[in-house]
Write a protein that binds this ligand. Structure first.
Ligand SMILES: Nc1ncnc2c1ncn2[C@@H]1O[C@H](COP(=O)(O)OP(=O)(O)OP(=O)(O)O)[C@@H](O)[C@H]1O
Ligand SMILES: [Mg+2]
Length: 250
């Protein structure tokens, strides 16, 4: 296979189980020999009934869950890496520069305004300047540029301006989701993980998210998404991959 054809992400033989301590240590095999490829500029939608492991696969790709077996080969900006075997330090770097994850729920740092939740993601993704003193002028300058980009994205997502300087903890579900989406899209990613990004959005904002996904693909992102909304899925996905077997009934 030549380099042009090589997938951005190759999942091979991924297995993942959970041990349910509250159920006497019962073993729940969620993913078993899961494989899929995603190329740059392509969006693969994960489909399958509730509980089949769609979000679990996302969390393995983001390094939040370890894999029991298999490889998650990712063509990062620093070369090929197996996410399943990456060190925590390497995973932090990958998350900073290459992998964006829009989870269904925002986990924001308390007291940080919405604008900075988004802007900080952009600043974190940039290589540190010679001086890494956070008080220096170049840090302020980079943060101000990042805030401009964050404002543009929050405006596009129709988040009311009155909310930009407030921490998102008290925002409605749809408002929090838009901050989360802005944070995920503000920095071009090589791998974009979207777990039901439009679940709490109205039709107008769903259309904005569809546009953002198209733009990310055009920019060369490999996108793995879970979209319960079939209209959104049809609009953005190039292929669907069905996961897992029917979970055992208790
Ligand atoms: N941290 C965990 N500990 C124990 N069980 C877990 C954990 N995370 C997920 N599971 C279980 O793994 C199974 C798959 O969960 P997952 O969230 O991946 O499903 P899903 O396909 O995303 O479903 P949905 O469409 O409802 O979001 C479920 O039965 C869930 O209860
Ligand atoms: Mg899920």
């Amino acid at each position: 296979m030549n380099e042009v054809d090589a997938p951005r992400l190759a999942v091979r033989g991924l297995a993942k189980h959970f041990t349910l301590h509250l159920r006497g240590g019962a073993r729940l095999q969620v993913l078993d020999d899961t494989s899929l490829d995603v190329h740059a500029g392509e969006c693969v939608a994960l489909v399958g009934a509730s509980g089949r492991g769609k979000s679990t696969l996302m969390k393995c790709l983001f390094g939040s869950y370890g894999a029991d077996a298999g490889a998650l080969r990712f063509e990062s900006s620093g070369g090929l890496v197996d996410i399943a075997a990456a060190s925590p330090q390497r995973m932090i770097e990958l998350r900073r520069r290459d992998i964006a994850y829009v989870s269904q729920f925002l986990r924001a740092v308390p007291r940080v305004p919405a604008l900075d939740v988004v802007a900080q993601r952009l600043v974190d993704a940039q290589p540190l300047p010679a001086s890494d003193d956070p008080d220096d002028a170049s840090h302020d300058h980079r943060m101000n540029l990042a805030r401009d980009a964050a404002r543009a994205l929050l405006a596009r997502l129709n988040l009311p301006r009155a909310l930009w300087d407030l921490p998102p903890a008290t925002f409605s579900g749809g408002e929090q989701q838009r901050v989360n989406i802005a944070r995920g899209f503000v920095q071009p990613a090589r791998l974009l993980l979207l777990d039901e990004p439009t679940a709490s959005l109205d039709a107008a904002n769903r259309r904005v998210v569809v546009e953002l996904i198209h733009e990310a693909k055009a920019h060369g992102a490999a996108v793995v998404g879970i979209f319960h909304d079939e209209e959104v899925r049809d609009a953005v996905a190039d292929r669907c991959v069905e996961l897992g077997r029917t979970p055992e009934t208790p």
